[in-house]
Ligand binder design. Structure first.
Ligand SMILES: [Zn+2]
Length: 343
């Protein structure tokens, strides 16, 4: 953006300079001062308001354009096609494979800062409505996104600029679209009636990527919306308030512990709430403690004649400790061949 400031300074200076020398710049000279190339219009990222694009100007950043609109406004825009070369779009890029990532959770950083929206990249709420079914474990069901009610045929918008990685049919998700964004984030839109995009397409925030429906494993028309990082789902409500249709942060600090089915934006117990406010040091200490514990863990495969009392004596521990480690009670029948953690 420094180059832009420079151009602005030159423009401010030009009239006085031209006056002093009583000479107008030729078009060629002006072009050499202000690198300018007319490009095909960039689509508006503002749904419902589609000012026709009058012209597009280059900036020193090949990804950032300045778009001049017929209504007299101008906007910074991210040229989605130009950003395709970035690492976020090359890593694990497989079209029409729902989760191509192969990352281990423990290898991911404790905190990742994601730029979701700034003056050059916008946000659009995929479907503005109160969340019907939230993210997380619910009655033994693992819900990897939020459910947003809609009537069949309602337009569904891309949340951020990006590139479509999947546009396919899946037994569970039905007609599903997955979009990769420059932040490394992926958003998933499931149970669509119709898909408007193909894998490989570039989309801008606010583009209609499909129409809502009830395809796949679904009990009625709704949008199942997911946010994933490195393939791991987290509660989309960390990012947006669906009821008001607003993005909570332009920059979002994604904590590794959010990438879990038991981490919710609205905590459901004091333990969950306490977990949210832990510092990075506390998270790190806990991860180290768990890693140490796992490294020291000992297992025993149940053989005929084994009893909890016998195992407790053999491994110098207690029946209660073994029960706690395995989520069983002293009355649980020990099936032969079952692996029990004893330490
Ligand atoms: Zn759902």
């Amino acid at each position: 953006m420094r180059r832009l400031a420079l151009i602005a300074a030159i423009l401010a200076f030009l009239p006085s300079m031209a006056g002093a020398q009583e000479r107008h710049l030729s078009l060629k000279e002006a072009e050499s001062l202000i690198p300018r190339e007319v490009r095909k219009p960039v689509k508006s990222m503002i749904p419902g308001r589609n000012p026709s694009v009058h012209d597009t100007l280059e900036t020193s950043d090949p990804v950032i354009k300045i778009v001049l609109c017929n209504d007299g406004t101008w906007h910074y825009m991210r040229d989605v096609a130009a950003m395709a070369d970035s690492a976020a779009f090359r890593k694990a890029w497989q079209e029409n494979v729902l989760n191509p990532y192969n990352s281990k959770l423990e290898d991911l950083p404790f905190r990742a800062t994601l730029c979701l929206a700034d003056s050059a990249s916008r946000f659009c709420c995929p479907r503005q409505v109160k969340v019907f079914s939230p993210f997380g474990w619910r009655r033994r069901r693992n819900h990897t996104g939020v459910d947003l009610p809609l009537s069949t045929g309602t337009p569904v918008y891309a949340a951020f600029d990006g590139r479509v990685r999947c546009s396919m049919y899946n037994r569970g998700y039905g007609n599903v679209v997955v979009i990769r964004h420059a932040s490394g984030l992926e958003t998933t839109y499931a149970h669509l009636k119709e898909r408007n995009v193909q894998a490989g397409d570039y989309v801008a925030a606010g583009d209609v990527i499909g129409l809502g429906g009830s395809t796949g494993r679904s009990t009625g028309p709704h949008l199942h919306f997911e946010t994933r990082y490195e393939g791991y789902a987290f509660d989309p409500q960390w990012l947006m308030d669906f009821e008001t249709g607003t993005l909570r942060h332009g920059y979002f600090v994604l904590k590794r512990k959010y990438l879990s089915n038991s981490s919710k934006y609205y905590p459901e117990s004091e333990d969950e709430e306490e977990e949210i406010y832990k510092t990075e040091e506390e998270d790190r200490a806990e991860a180290e403690r768990i890693a140490k514990e796992m490294a020291a863990a000992q297992y025993h495969t149940i053989k005929s004649g084994d009893t909890l009392l016998g195992l407790a004596a053999k491994y110098h521990t207690s029946v209660n400790a073994i029960c706690k480690l395995n989520g069983i009670t002293p009355k649980t029948t020990l099936r032969i061949g079952r692996k029990l953690r004893v330490k």
